[in-house]
Design a protein around this ligand. Structure first.
Ligand SMILES: [Fe+2]
Ligand SMILES: [Fe+2]
Ligand SMILES: [Fe+2]
Length: 429
């Protein structure tokens, strides 16, 4: 494809992993540190590059199925009274949506399964992968964040040694004892420079990720953001579909339209850092709560714009709360800095929010939406051309947005909503 775009693979996965763990200092870098430990063990185990890569990808997103910040924090703090299976099952489900992540899906599914529950040989790539990620996650969670790391090493190594056998295969524990013998292993793991270290020396350091895989991973992240809450379970899907149609009406090329769809999937990425108690609050937000909301597009922008190669997507995604007169947030850019793609996204976001059903209210009808959008044009918030095109094609856009949202809703209801309720009392599986 002539216009195919790409991004540095390493930076892409590290940035998105960071975005998941950005939510709280208690879990910051949890997945990145786990991936570092898993990578070191997998290399020392003499696995092939392909196997090492699959384990690294599983580890860097291993808690992707823990959707809310509350779930993530509970999992990280310890496993008592927490449903462990739900995030493993949902994680596998999400990984299976991308052909790039699919080979790591089973590792994610079983990253909490003890060795005694396996009836396959340790030499199977999924089994050794799952055991390595299980061990790496356990080690990372054992590290106390407010204590100097080298004062904790003996204690952590003793605790991990005691897991050899029923919990973790003894050979893997033995490899860990070897790789963790020296101070540099521990200093690297907790280093604030771990991101750079993995960027320059980790797996994928020379690889690029191309359009098809960027698209499929963005599509997963849309579910991650949306499924955090039943209130917004199909929002990014609707925004992306609306933005795609508006950009087609405005003559965007195929490649630009694809970038627009990706931007739509990512537009609320920063909401991963907003607690559900704020996202799901009914009624008016307090000043302090709204200040928390304001950071979401900031995070969307910093995460995407620092990957490299995705600058246009970053702007289109992250400027959707900016207004033409500069009164939006958080960048307060004005019309001259808000390009047509970002203007489309702003309209798509508001349209979708008004049009979609929420658990506490029905979506609005055309006349009401028309009124609100026209008032926003008059207020110098939204672009007139874009709003006019939407209103001229209202039925078409609304029909397609609804159809795409129905697909996402089916996935949410069939898999996610049920799994979250069902497995809460299930034992290890
Ligand atoms: Fe986990
Ligand atoms: Fe974890
Ligand atoms: Fe937003």
């Amino acid at each position: 494809m002539i216009h195919e775009f790409s991004a540095p693979f390493s930076n892409f996965v590290l940035s998105l992993s960071d975005a998941i763990d950005i939510a709280s200092p208690d879990i910051a870098s949890h997945q990145m540190r786990t991936a570092f430990i898993a990578w070191k063990i997998a290399k020392a185990a003499g696995l092939s590059d392909g196997e090492i890569n699959n384990i690294f990808l599983a580890a860097i997103f291993h808690d992707i199925g823990a959707l809310s910040l509350e779930d993530k924090t509970r999992l990280h703090a310890g496993l008592k009274n927490v449903d462990i299976n739900a995030h493993c099952i949902l994680g596998e489900e999400l990984f299976s949506l991308s052909s790039l992540l699919m080979p790591s899906a089973r590792i994610v599914r079983y990253h909490h399964r003890p060795w005694r529950s396996w009836d396959e040989v340790i030499g199977h790539p999924d089994v050794i992968g799952a055991q390595i990620v299980f061990l790496a996650d356990t080690i990372e969670r054992a590290v106390l964040r407010n204590e100097y790391i080298l004062h904790q090493v003996d204690d952590i190594r003793t605790r991990i040694a005691s897991l050899a056998g029923p919990t973790i295969h003894k050979d893997i524990v033995e490899i860990f004892m070897q790789v963790s013998k020296h101070e540099d292993f521990w200093l690297d793991m907790v280093s604030p420079r771990l991101y750079s270290l993995l960027l320059h020396y980790g797996p994928f350091k020379k690889n690029e990720i191309f359009q098809k895989d960027i698209f499929s991973i963005a599509s997963i992240f849309r579910h991650l953001v949306d499924f955090k809450s039943r209130f917004t379970a199909t929002h990014s899907t609707g925004v992306a579909q609306c933005a795609v149609m508006l950009s087609q009406y405005l003559g965007f090329t195929d490649s630009e339209t694809t970038q627009m769809e990706i931007a739509g999937y990512f537009h609320d990425l920063g909401k991963l850092a907003v607690p559900n108690s704020v996202l799901e609050k009914r009624g008016k937000l307090t000043k302090r709560e709204f200040e928390i909301i304001r950071q979401h597009t900031y995070f969307t922008y910093t995460v995407l714009s620092t990957i490299g190669g995705l600058d246009l997507i970053a702007e289109w995604a992250a400027f959707h709360h900016e207004k033409l007169d500069g009164t939006g947030y958080p960048f307060h850019v004005k019309a001259d800095k808000i390009n047509i793609g970002a203007r489309i996204m702003a309209v798509a976001d508001i349209f979708t929010a008004l049009f979609e059903n929420r658990p506490y209210r029905e979506g609005m009808a055309m006349e009401q939406i028309k009124k609100i959008l026209s008032a926003q044009v008059a207020n110098q918030a939204l672009d007139k051309l874009v709003v006019d095109i939407l209103l001229d094609n209202f039925k078409d856009v609304a029909g397609n947005v609804r159809a795409r949202q129905k697909e996402s809703e089916a996935l949410f209801e069939m898999k996610f909503a049920k799994i979250k309720d069902q497995v809460s009392s299930a034992p290890y599986a």
